[in-house]
Design a protein around this ligand. Sequence first.
Ligand code: SAM
Ligand code: SF4
Length: 501
Amino acid sequence: MELLQTLNTKQHDELRQGEAFSPDTELDTPFKKHFYIESYGCAMNFADSEVVAAILQSNGFGATKILEEADLVLVNTCSIREKAETTVRKRLTEFRKLKKSNPAMLVGVLGCMAERLKEKFLQEEKLVDLVVGPDAYRTLPGLIQEAATGQKAVNVLLSREETYADIAPVRLNSNGVNAFVSIMRGCNNMCSFCVVPFTRGRERSRDADSIIEECTDLFNKGYKEVTLLGQNVDSYYWIIPTPPQGEKLESINSQKELSEMGGSKAPLLKGFGKAVTFAMLLEKVALINPLLRVRFSTSHPKDITDEVIFTIAKYDNICNYIHLPVQSGSSRVLQMMNRTYTREWYIARVNRIREIIPNCGLSTDMITGFCTETEEDHQQSLSLMEYCKYDLAYMYFYSERPGTLAARRFKDDVPEEVKKRRLQEMIDLYRGHSLASMQKDVGKTFNVLIEGASKKNTEQLYGRTDQNKVVVFARGTHKKGDYVHIKVTSCTAGTLLGAVE
Ligand code: SAM
Ligand code: SF4
C-alpha cells in the first residue's frame, strides 16, 4: 500500500481522487457546450479545477457530470509519485472508447503531468488534443478553439506572477460548508525528491485583499470554513502595492480608518509598501467573522514562526491543527532531501507548538526508502514518530521522479521490498498513535462544525472538531453548517462517536 489513508480527515483525501465535477449550478444550464473535469492529486489541484471551471463557464461551457454528454473532457493531473501518473494514463485509455464513438469530443490534460511531459504527452497519448500547464488556464478558451480545428494545442508556460487572484472559482462538489482558498502558487524549496518546483514553477503569493474578499464572499454565501492553500504557506508574503497616482484615497481606506489615522494624508503612510506575512493574513481572515473557521495547509518546519503559532492560539476560529510534514527522522537523510532543517530543529518546533497550543492536532508526511536510507535512519524516523505521536500521518515509499535533484544526483538504491517493508512498519506504529489519539478524546466535549449526513446512516450527521477529527452523532434538530457541542462517547480508529450535549 503506497499511501495509508486512515481517516477521511485530510482535505485532499484518497477518496476524492478522480472526482468528477458536479456544481450546484448544474440544473437548467443555459450552455450549449459542456465540459467534464476530473481531478487528481493534492488540494491545490482541486482548487485549480474550480478556477478552470470559472474560466470555462465564462466562455460558454457549462459543466456536466455525465461523461458521454461532454464536448470537452479534462483531467487535472498529478505527478508527485509514479502511481499518480499511472492512474491518469489508465483513465485516458477509458476515454479512448468514448472518443471513437464521438470523434468531435476534445480531451485535455491539465496540471502537473501536462507541465512535466509537455508536447511529449501528445506523442505518447494520441487521443489527447490539449496539454495545459497550471499557469496557463487563462488561455484555455483560445486553446480549445485551436484544438477544435483539428490542431493539437499546448501551453505549458510557467509564470512568475499568475495567481488567478481575480477569478472567482466555481465551487465543485461543494457541501456549502468548507471551501479551499488558494493563497499562493508554486514552490521555491527544491526538496530533492520533489517534482513540484518543476511542475508548478516559482513561488508567488496572491494579493491579500483578493483573498479576504474571496473568504468574505464565501462566508456571506453560507460557508463556515475556509482552508488556505499553498505548498508552503508560512512563506506567504505580499507587499501592499502603492496606489496608482491620482487614485482616491477614500476608495482604499474607509472613512473610519482615515479619521483613526489622523487625516486624509495618513493612509499613504499606512499599509502601502508594507508586507503582509502569513501570520498577518491568518489574522485578517480570522477577523472576517468568528463563525468562519480557518484552516491552512501546508506548513514547512523551517518557516513556521512563533508569530503564526501565537496567532493560531489567539483566535478561537483558527483551528488548532497543523500539518507539519517531516519526511524523515534522520538528519542525514533530511540533508540529502534538502529539507534545510535537522531532526532536532523539527522536534524543537513541535515542542514550541505544544507549549503555545497544548491541544494542537498535529499531522505529518513521511517518506520511507529515500536514497541511501539505512535501517538506522529508518529507526530514527520511527523514533521521531514515537516522540511526536501524530494524530494523522500520510506515509509513502520513495518514488523517483525524473528531473528532480535526487534523480540527477543520487541512486535510487533502496530495493522496493525494503521501502515497502519499512513503510508497513511505519504504518503499524502510526496506527497505535492515531488510535490512542482518538481514545484520549472519549469523554471530552468538542465544538463541531456539521458538514453533512453520515453516508452509512442518514439519521446521523458528521462534522469535524477543531483538531480535524471526524465526529458522528444523531441528527436531532441540527443541520449542515451548524456548530454543535458534542460529547464524545466512543471511537473507532478513524471516527469519534458522540452525542449532542
Ligand atoms: N509542500 C508540502 C511539503 O513540503 O510538505 C508537500 C507537498 S507534496 C504534494 C505532498 C507529499 O508528497 C510530500 O510531503 C511528500 O511526503 C510526498 N512526496 C513528494 N515527492 C515524493 C516522492 N518523490 N516520493 C514519495 N513521496 C513524495
Ligand atoms: Fe515539494 Fe518541498 Fe516544495 Fe513541498 S516544500 S512542494 S515537498 S519542494
